[in-house]
Write a new protein. Structure first.
Length: 208
């Protein structure tokens, strides 16, 4: 098996890929497929990308409507997700590839953690570290209080408690959106895109 490149330094240090060249997450190839970098106005909305495990936890459409955010569902088609991301001035993303797509399109982003700490654990942290290391970034994800799943509230007390927690979650999302966002440096982004382009050309020649 010939490995042409891997996502990041964590993968490059892991068997059976130890010593392999790392470039970036292959999702950055979006820049080579005609998807242009976005230039949203200052009045553009904030986009919220929950992890698919988080999506059924609450009425996120209502939350986003009340905050003036745009809900970007991980269950939407690729074209729709990219269209919505490109229309936003900032992306709050629990889904790693939501942040990657934003970074690829040059939209500032802020990573958040809702329910993924329950479903992904250390695996999720490892994947984020792998990608961020490749893009010369290092950060901690912002933990935001998350609501109970919709079907867990069966009594008045539980419904009140869920509603309160959802209110707290909205407050935190609004506060997080005012934080300093992240974006890989333009020079790093361009170098990664150029190297991906070279790898694709090498693969194309090898297949002829």
């Amino acid at each position: 098996m010939k490995v042409h490149f891997v996502r990041g330094p964590c993968t490059a240090q892991t068997s059976p890929f130890r010593g392999s060249e790392f470039i970036a997450d292959p999702a950055y190839c979006l820049a080579l497929l005609g998807y242009k970098t976005a230039n949203p106005s200052a009045n553009a909305p904030v986009g919220f990308v929950p992890h698919y495990h988080t999506l059924p936890s609450a009425d996120w459409q209502r939350v986003c409507d009340e905050l003036g955010f745009v809900l970007i569902s991980p269950e939407a088609g690729v074209e729709r997700v990219l269209e919505l991301i490109s229309q936003c001035k900032l992306i709050l993303s629990e889904a790693m590839h939501g942040a990657i797509a934003a970074d690829c399109l040059r939209i500032p982003w802020i990573p958040i953690s809702l329910r993924t700490r329950l479903s992904e654990g250390s695996v999720g942290a490892w994947k984020w570290a792998d990608w961020l290391g490749a893009m010369e970034l290092s950060l901690n994800r912002v933990k935001v209080p998350f609501p109970f799943p919709e079907d867990s509230a069966t009594t008045n007390f539980q419904r009140i408690k869920r509603g309160f927690k959802l209110s707290v979650c909205k407050h935190w999302l609004a506060a997080v959106a005012r934080r300093e966002p992240f974006l890989s440096k333009d020079v790093v982004w361009k170098e990664k895109i150029d190297r991906l382009d070279e790898k694709i050309e090498t693969l194309n020649r090898a297949m002829l």
